[in-house]
Design a protein around this ligand. Structure first.
Ligand code: HEM
Length: 493
């Protein structure tokens, strides 16, 4: 009798699960009149595996290339468990980003939301997003291009550049993203991480707690891009635990600052955050975590990409050197760079733009249609996912001459660079608030790097989009200091 009840119960559960699967995944496939053409791929997984297959990040990848050839720049698919409209069209991307909250809404996949926390900026929508974003804008305003921030960035850049001395081969990407030994933080401290931790929390890069946060943060990042299986020992479970540990550390720092016992350096921003009455304690912790995630990962990848592209072009390196020598010639070696110096870095800006265009650090963003949206003859059904692919627009031969060629000169005379065909920082209500901070960081780093060294790639390495960008070999570069080693490196290249 008990057995029969159990069997019936099991049957009901299985049927309910099947019904849920049919309802969530199969029903939308029959309810899409007017949706763009395309293919839903396999049941449940759809085409997700093909979409996520790693490829060189300065290419669109085989999946998009094949689909664009077959269906055009806007097509339907089934990705991340949902029917999806994929857009590689600059007009539609712009339309989607500009209609945030009206027709579309930010919608990152469940596992990413699970790990980031419910009050992460990438997760919250509506009024809550507006309030937390205001905090992000306040942070950017507190740093801005102010002398104190610029001096912190300059100091951090000098320290990392000085640590390269007497080294011949450097795994630059590993250098940029890892702390080899927490005991020697000053030498191996990650530049972008040091800057953001100093700005947000008022911690200097060589404090042990900074190393601890970075270590937990690296575990957190690995889980963010792993299979979402929350079983002890998996990268995902370790990431959830790392997030909890960072949260505890941050709470300790915030408590100390709150009590004002003086052991934590005054950070204008942490004080602003603590005084905010609109945000809960958890919101504040999540906000700090968001700033580290958004401000560290992207900037350090941008820096590696710059080293990668410039390392392949002697012409570009020489032109950068001329520009930075001219800026330095008007000031002493010890003097910090200023906002005026930054404005003079015109060629550097072109190199940064071209790196953002070719490197595609954020390849796409996640959105969802709030209602049926009619656009240029087709319908994006309500509830479907929409993926504006920022990266494929940057490599579209209809928009850029020789799009796969790294050519900073294509930005000559263009004052207004952001727009429909160039959106490395997204757009609309969610336009990246930290874009200028990130650009200043890499510009200052380049200043000290080109004034002191020449470099070239040591063998072949390629930035791979997973979709997060990683160099397979850690971007090994051969580096030589101008002063003690005048060897003409690039002869014969
Ligand atoms: C330098 C390279 C960077 C790139 C390529 C980049 C790119 C982006 C992109 C594409 C988005 C939009 C995401 C979406 O629409 O779903 C975004 C959002 C964001 N970025 Fe950045 N970012 C960079 C640097 C930074 C820095 C340095 C900070 C902070 C100091 C930062 C903070 C943020 C925040 C807080 C958001 C969320 C905005 C919102 O949802 O309202 N980013 N970023």
């Amino acid at each position: 009798m008990v057995m029969a009840v159990l069997l019936v119960a099991c049957f009901i559960v299985v049927m309910a699960l099947l019904a849920a699967v049919v309802f969530r995944h199969l029903l939308p496939l029959f309810r899409n009149p007017g949706a763009p053409s395309g293919s839903f791929g396999l049941p449940l997984v759809g085409e997700t595996l093909g979409f996520l297959r790693p490829h060189a990040s300065n290419t669109t990848g085989a999946f998009l290339h094949d689909h664009i050839t077959r269906y055009g720049t806007v097509f339907k698919s089934h990705l991340f468990g949902s029917p999806t409209v994929v857009s590689c069209d600059e007009e539609l991307n712009h339309f989607v980003l500009q209609n945030e909250e009206r027709l579309f809404q930010c919608s990152y996949p469940g596992p990413i939301r699970g790990i980031l926390g419910g009050s992460s900026l990438l997760v919250v929508t509506g009024e809550r997003h507006r309030r937390i974003r205001a905090m992000a804008l306040a942070f950017v305003a507190s740093a801005g291009l102010k002398p104190a921030y610029l001096a912190d960035v300059d100091r951090a850049a000098r320290a990392v550049v000085a640590s390269l001395r007497r080294r011949r081969v450097v795994a630059f990407c590993a250098q940029a993203r890892q702390v080899r030994s927490l005991g020697t933080v000053a030498q191996h401290m990650q530049f972008a991480f040091g800057v953001i931790v100093e700005q947000v929390l008022g911690l200097s890069p060589d404090e042990p707690v900074t190393g601890r946060i970075l270590e937990d943060y690296s575990t957190f990042m690995k889980g963010l891009v792993s299979l979402p299986v929350n079983i002890p020992g998996t990268p995902y479970a370790r990431a959830v635990e790392a997030r909890r540990k960072i949260s505890v550390t941050l709470e300790g720092i915030m408590d100390e600052r709150w009590k004002g016992d003086g052991s934590i350096k005054k950070s204008a921003f942490l004080d602003v955050l603590l005084e905010n009455k609109d945000l809960s304690h958890d919101d504040k912790v999540t906000f700090v975590l968001d700033s580290l995630l958004a401000g560290y990962e992207t900037t350090s990848v941008l820096l590696s990409m710059l080293v990668y592209f410039v390392g392949q072009s002697l012409k570009c390196l020489d032109q950068l050197k001329l520009e930075h020598e001219s800026i330095r010639s008007s000031k002493g070696t010890e003097e910090f760079l200023t906002a005026d110096d930054y404005k003079k870095m015109e060629y550097t800006q072109r190199v940064i733009n071209e790196t953002l265009r070719c490197g595609n650090i954020v390849k796409f963003v996640h959105r969802r249609a709030l209602k049926d949206v009619r656009y240029k003859g087709y319908v994006i059904p309500a509830g479907w996912k929409v993926l504006p692919i920022l990266g494929s627009v940057h490599l579209d031969p209809a928009l850029y001459v020789n799009p796969h060629e790294f050519d900073p000169s294509r930005w000559e005379g263009l004052n207004q660079t952001a727009g429909k065909k160039f959106a490395p920082f997204g757009g609309g209500l969610r336009l990246c608030p930290g874009s200028e901070l990130g650009k200043v960081e890499v510009a200052f780093f380049l200043h000290h790097l080109v004034l002191n060294y020449r470099w070239r790639l040591d063998g072949v390495d390629t930035p791979m989009a997973h979709p997060y960008v990683e160099f397979r070999r850690g971007l090994p570069i051969e580096i030589s200091c101008h002063q003690p080693d005048p060897t003409p490196w690039f002869v014969g290249q």
